[in-house]
Design a protein around this ligand. Structure first.
Ligand code: 5BU
Length: 263
């Protein structure tokens, strides 16, 4: 049974919960482990689509630096929609610099990401200082914030496909478990279920694109690769009926998730 498409007002309940608690609550209440990767050219389009697909998703992922109409006004509008429909907003920024620089990239500049993104993605390549810096910077925001560590990538030949790299990511996640709520991964990295495994590279009909992206089906991702959350972009965006396709990924994804994770 899918939740009704009527938006529920979340009020300010989310402010007293950690991001981790809120994520778990959304998964159960909305019965969806679908994250839409809204890689569209404009925020106007993303705002429109998120009003339609809001009931079907647990998270909306964007790349703010590909938008041709970014403004704080519009992104705050999207944030409001995310509260109304109860999904998290993930900026896929893939931070990858020294702590001092990422602190500014997170809080300053045109995008002021920390003002609106519940979660951000972070490469662990520079070492754990990157996470410490983001966590520190997030303390000045009076809303819960968190991050996902990029432990493995979906693209062909990714250099993250290395045991030590993954071990390092898990160690870092455990040390900073208040701020790190999970991973971007292609396999189950730890038995510690407080960490959500979020997996991109999902498609029911294609096996890849011309630029190295590699796809598996929702079932393969959850069963074979230990995914909790399915990150789906073009499979939905390029379909004829985006809402209907999102519903299909939601239903298939949550069914397999419930079966295998016994939620
Ligand atoms: P697609 O259209 O479903 O292929 O889009 C996948 C999205 O996930 C896209 O925004 C990528 O930037 C993002 N992504 C990915 O595909 N693979 C990865 O390993 C990471 C992010 Br990290």
């Amino acid at each position: 049974q899918l939740p009704s498409s009527k938006p529920e007002i979340v009020e300010t309940k989310h402010l007293s919960m950690s991001i981790r608690e809120r994520f778990q609550m959304i998964l159960k209440e909305k019965k969806t482990n679908l994250c839409l990767s809204a890689d569209l050219p404009s925020l106007d389009e993303i705002i429109e689509l998120s009003k339609q697909i809001g009931p079907n998703i647990c998270m909306l992922k964007i790349h703010c630096d590909i938008l041709n109409d970014f403004s704080m006004e519009k992104i705050l509008q999207l944030k409001e929609i995310s509260r109304k429909f109860n999904f998290l907003l993930l900026e896929d920024r893939k931070f990858a610099d020294i702590g001092n620089t990422v602190k500014s990239q997170y809080t300053k500049g045109l995008f002021q990401i920390s003002q609106w993104a519940d979660l951000v993605t972070v490469h662990i390549l520079p070492g754990e200082g990157i996470v410490e810096a983001l966590e520190q910077a997030a303390q000045s925001i009076n809303e819960p914030r968190g991050c996902l560590l990029i432990a493995q990538m979906s693209s062909k030949g990714a250099l993250t496909d290395n045991e030590d790299y993954v071990k390092g990511a898990v160690q870092c996640a455990k040390k900073y478990s208040n701020f790190v709520i999970g991973f971007i991964s292609q396999s189950r990295l730890t038995t510690d279920n407080q960490f959500l495994h979020c997996t991109p590279g999902i498609h029911l009909n294609n096996t890849g694109d011309q630029l190295g992206q590699q796809y598996v089906t929702p079932r393969q991702a959850i069963d074979g690769r230990g995914a909790d959350i399915l990150i789906v972009g073009r499979a939905i965006l390029d379909s004829i009926n985006r809402v209907k396709t999102a519903e299909e990924y939601q239903e298939e994804g949550y069914r397999v998730y419930e079966q295998l994770r016994h939620v």
